[in-house]
Design a protein around this ligand. Structure first.
Ligand code: TXA
Ligand code: MG
Length: 321
């Protein structure tokens, strides 16, 4: 039974959440992408508690969140590309991987032994107020059990981690709905480790060519690239032009010509990829019903946010290890 307090957002609940974080406790909070499971990034015990709560392998590093780029000066080594992108896209759904500064006080656990740190300034007003009040860097992975679907509502958090967090700040549905773009700026060439709402087409005019680390058959640089991530319980198949009668069916755009499905949901009837991304994880949860054989998903265009949507669907469709 979920027993964490689902706290409506008020000045008092934000103040309480900030003090809990300062005491080393865990607080789930909304960001514009998905809900995060926050902990004081300077506190080894608090960061260890995040890994334990999620059942997350400790080789998978965490993103550190701050209220403004200036709060990162002692934590990472800036470069010109990073500054430019921070000016353009922060606050917003972009995570930058940068070398840890020599004096960086963030728990080494958060970096999972790497000499880099992933950092981001979220734009959600509740995240902004919480980070400003806590006045700490906050390590926050998505607030779900490791390997399962990311939460886009406070109820999703309560269902999967309700007994593991001290407080859930209930700030409604997340507007973007897929996790932030992760861009590695610690090497010779900017490398996209996870596609998100800040697309390659938005990055390249500013910083030139962006490599993609996504298709690499080598050891993934970002453990979030591991296949079979973000998975529902039922098997999922993509590019389905029809569904069986014992499958649920996730469609996109006008339904003409798409047949079948015991249960159907449309990500966006008008074919809007932003609306589709915002609905993606909530709809996959609703279609993940015991008794059915699988989830069929109609084709999603591989452009703009469709690239991030298809990335998450491919991982959900991958064989489980
Ligand atoms: O939108 C988001 O990014 C959400 C919200 C809460 O901010 N957070 C999120 O965190 O999705 P998480 O832990 O679920 O995903 C973090 C991703 C993982 O794929 C991880 O491997 C990668 O970022 N990552 C973190 N630190 C890294 C590093 N130092 N080098 C490379 N990849 C890193
Ligand atoms: Mg995650």
């Amino acid at each position: 039974m979920p027993n964490a307090v689902l706290a409506p957002v008020t000045p008092d609940s934000i103040a309480q959440a900030a003090s809990l974080l300062q005491e080393g406790r865990l607080v789930a909070f909304p960001t514009e992408t998905v809900y995060g499971l926050g902990a004081n990034a300077l506190d080894d015990k608090a960061v260890a508690a995040v890994f334990a709560a999620k059942g997350r392998p400790n080789f998978n590093p965490l993103i550190v969140h701050v209220h403004a780029a200036s709060a990162l000066d002692q934590l990472v080594v800036w470069n010109d590309t990073a500054r430019l992108l921070a000016e353009h896209f922060w606050p917003g759904p972009l995570t930058l991987v940068l070398p840890r500064a020599p004096e960086c006080s963030v728990s080494l656990l958060a970096s999972a032994g790497l000499d880099t740190l992933a950092v981001r300034v979220p734009s959600h007003p509740v995240a902004q107020r919480l980070l400003a009040e806590a006045c700490l860097p906050i390590a926050a992975p998505s607030a779900n059990r490791s390997g399962s679907l990311s939460p886009t509502t406070p109820i999703h958090v309560a269902e999967s981690l309700g007994d593991k967090v001290d407080m859930i700040l209930a700030g409604g549905k997340c507007a973007v709905g897929v996790e932030s773009t992760v861009l590695d700026l610690s090497g010779a060439m900017p490398t996209l480790l996870r596609p998100g709402a800040i697309t390659r087409e938005m990055l390249e005019p500013l910083i030139g060519k962006v490599a993609t680390g996504l298709d690499s058959s080598e050891q993934p640089k970002s453990p979030g690239q591991l296949l079979s991530h973000y998975a529902p319980d039922l098997p999922l198949r993509m590019n389905a032009m029809a569904a069986e009668k014992d499958e649920s069916y996730l469609t996109f755009g006008p339904d003409m010509g798409l047949h079948g499905g015991a249960l159907r949901l449309n990500l966006s009837e008008s074919g809007d990829l932003e609306e589709a991304a915002a609905n993606l994880f909530a709809y996959l949860r609703q279609l993940d019903k015991p008794g059915l054989k699988g989830i069929a998903v109609a084709p999603i265009p591989e452009t703009g946010l469709g690239i991030a949507i298809n990335d998450r669907l491919r991982r959900a469709a991958a064989p489980r290890s």
